[in-house]
Structure formats: C-alpha cells, structure tokens
Design a protein around this ligand. Structure first.
Ligand SMILES: [Zn+2]
Length: 428
C-alpha cells in the first residue's frame, strides 16, 4: 500500500485515544485537523451553528424564480441558481472546514448531470443542487438524534449499555458503529478512510464506544453534551448562561422549583380544579336538578380549600410527607392511591422521544416550523377551546416534561442566542 492517501477524508488513530482527521484534496494536498478525542469531536459536531447557512438555502427554495410554478422555465434560471448556490459553502469554511471541503466534490457531482431533454430537467437539477447543499445540516440532525438516543438518561450506564440502547433504536446505524469490528486492533495505530462526513461521525462513535476513559453525558440544565471529569455520575456541564454555570442554575432550580413538578402538587391542583368545577355546577343548577349532583356549596368549597392550602404549606415546608398531604386534601376519598407521588419520571416515552426513535432524520425545524392554533378536545372541558401555541410551547407539549431544566423554567440565555421567554406559571 502506498503512503499517499487518495483524495477524501481519513481518520488516523494515535496515542492518548486521540484521532486526527485528515482531508486530502484532488491534488493530494493534505490538511490535518488538530488531534481530538472522538468524544470531543462528536460534541463539537453536534453544536456547530448552521442557522444562517440553512436560512440562505431555505431562501433559495422559497424565493428563487427557478422554483416558481410556471410553464416555461428559462435555462438562465438554473445558471443563476448555480451561481448563487456555489458561493454558499464558503459560509462554512471557518465553522465547519470538513463540510466545506466535502461539499466541493459533492457539488461537483451534483452539477455534472446530463440534460435528459425533459422539460423538468432544469427544475430537477436545481433541486438536486440544493439538496446537496443541505447535507451538512442533515448530517448534524442525524447525529443529534443518534446522540439523544445514546446519551440521554444514560449517565449511569456502561459504554456497552449505551451501545445497546443505540442498537435497539437504530439497528442499521449501530451495526456500522459496532466496536467489535476493531477487536484485536486495540494497540495498533489505524488509518481509516471514510466516504462522507456522516460516515466520519459514525466512525468516531465506533472509536468512542471502544474506549472507557471518556464518556459523553447530557447536562440536566442545558441539555448540551459534555465529558464528565470524574468517574462519579455528573448532572451538569461547565457551560454558563448569563454568567452563571449550569451547575449553579440547576441547583437553584432544584431547590426553588423542584416541588412544583412533583406529583403530589399536581394531584393537589387536579383535585382543586375538580372541586371548583363541582361547586360551580352545583351552585348554578336549578334546585330541582341538584339531587343528581354531588353536593358542593360555596361554603363547603371554601372550607375544603382552606384546609388543603394549609396542608400544602406544610408539605412544601417539609413538615409532612407527600402521603400525609394527599390524605389530608382528599377529604372525599377520590384519589386512587397515595403512593403515586414517588415522583419517578415516567418510563413512558414522550411524543418527541417516540419521533426521534422512529426516525433518525427527525428534524424539529420541519416538524415545528411555526406557531399554531390547536383545538383542545380533552374530555375534562365541556366546550372545546381554541388555543394559540407558540413553536416553543408546541415543542414543550410534545416533550411532555422530558426537557432540559432550562426549557422547563426558562431564564438564562447564552451570550449570543435570542431571548427566551420565562414560561413559568406560578402556582396560586
Ligand atoms: Zn449545561
């Protein structure tokens, strides 16, 4: 085998579990990225910001005359699109040199298709070009879904268990990353050719699984990925938001807002709503129909509420247990059980998690492009209500509580990111 590497991407493994990514261009010129560990590079790749680049491509899809519906598509439309499109990769030169290089040959191939003489050729050629440009962020979407499957809630697992989790969700992808492929090569420096940036990420994942020194965890506060410094289970990363680290913010939220989440208080609210609705129904019903209703006068409701509030205060102060709290507010014996308050996070997957599991290309930007009106048809309301939900609220709804603390409670924005509303509803 010759020492010269053929054009494309290569991974060289070296000492200290570090790897080097080598990019070789058509003239055989090598460019070597600084050595990193697979874990470091995967986290970095998941965080590259493609938003401006993606916006430019979306603009071309939406506004370029080539894609306007009409009978005659002029050849100049494709020429013009191509001219605009080929300048876009340069936006990635700094932030993602790998994709910048890879796009060179991808675009070459996309542009080198034969005119098949069909009227739609120009349109297809244009679409093909833009799809080629989308590859860098499509790759990232896939990587993020893979990481969510593999590293969300697995901080106490072994590497093998993380790999198994990936395998049960995405068997084909896991097959590529199977660390057993490199059994017997533990102490041998390797030179691995990869076809694409996507394949490079999967190879990094393979190399990650086969080592034990570093692990990837997900921060409870910001949901970013990080490499814990010690062997003990870590919950927060070192990133900071408005000058305060995730660790500080996470600990504060746990202390101040933790109880709001807890199952007992949820039951308290449900019971209170039920009592209130019962009181309204009873008070508003004509005398003749009251015998069909559970009696609840304003006075009885007031009494119940006062007692329940007192119990709630004691519960929050920690002087009574959740079980006692529920016993005291459940004066009409309506709750099925008082041990539902174990506050174990539900093992049932949220809608969001089901989507990620079902589809490695699940793209939140396409699924939740904008705000929406939804009709609330739940049975506990008599008349269905129209509700306006922002994009963030829609996401929150589908995540059903399985979210970063930052998304649940708002607050703290990273230096450059946009403002986030504090969607925190105070308990009255
Ligand atoms: Zn964090």
């Amino acid at each position: 085998m010759s020492h010269k590497k053929s054009p494309g991407l290569w991974i060289e493994t070296g000492v200290d579990e570090k790897i080097s990514v080598v990019m070789v261009d058509g003239f055989g010129q090598e460019q070597r990225l600084p050595p990193v560990t697979p874990a470091e590079d995967l986290i970095h790749a998941a965080e590259i910001d493609y938003s401006a680049y993606r916006r430019e491509i979306r603009n071309l899809w939406e506004k370029h005359p080539l894609f306007k519906k009409r009978l005659h598509i002029p050849v100049s439309g494709l020429e013009d699109l191509t001219e605009e499109a080929v300048t876009l990769p340069s936006m990635l030169q700094e932030t993602d040199p790998l994709s910048f290089l890879a796009l060179g040959s991808i675009l070459d191939r996309a542009l080198r298709i034969e005119d098949d003489g069909s009227a739609l050729f120009l349109l297809y050629a244009g679409e093909r070009l833009l799809r080629a440009l989308e590859i860098p962020f499509r790759t990232q979407i896939r990587l993020r879904n893979i990481m969510e499957i593999t590293f969300d809630g697995t901080e106490r697992n072994t590497q093998q268990e993380r790999y198994q989790k990936l395998r049960s969700a995405y068997p084909k992808i896991a097959q590529f990353c199977d660390p057993a492929k490199l059994d017997g090569y533990e102490n041998t420096p390797l030179l691995l050719p990869v076809d694409s940036v996507y394949q490079l990420r999967l190879t990094e994942l393979l190399l990650y699984f086969r080592q034990q020194k570093q692990r990837i965890a997900r921060c409870d506060y910001c949901w970013g990925y990080f490499i814990p410094k010690t062997r003990t289970a870590a919950r927060y990363c070192d990133r900071s938001f408005e000058g305060q680290t995730c660790k500080r913010r996470g600990a504060n939220l746990k202390r101040k807002k933790g109880p709001e989440q807890d199952g007992a208080l949820k039951l308290f609210k449900q019971l209170r709503d039920r009592m209130y609705a019962r009181m309204l129904r009873y008070e508003e019903a004509p005398e003749s129909q009251r015998k069909n209703l559970i009696p609840m006068t304003v006075f009885q409701y007031g009494e119940w509420e006062e007692n329940a509030r007192q119990a709630r205060r004691e519960y929050i102060a920690g002087t009574i247990t959740a079980e006692e709290f529920l016993r005291r507010i459940d004066t009409t014996h309506e709750l099925d059980s008082y041990d539902t308050v174990k506050q174990e996070p539900s093992t049932e997957k949220s809608k969001w998690q089901k989507r990620v599991t079902a589809n490695p290309d699940f793209d939140p930007e396409l699924k939740y492009p904008s705000s929406m009106m939804i009709l609330d048809l739940r049975t506990d309301t008599d008349t269905p209500q129209w509700q306006y939900l922002s994009r963030e609220e829609l996401i929150r709804k589908d995540q059903e509580g399985h979210q970063s603390l930052r998304d649940q409670y708002g607050g703290g924005t990273a230096a450059s990111s946009s403002k986030q509303e504090d969607g925190n509803s105070e308990d009255s």
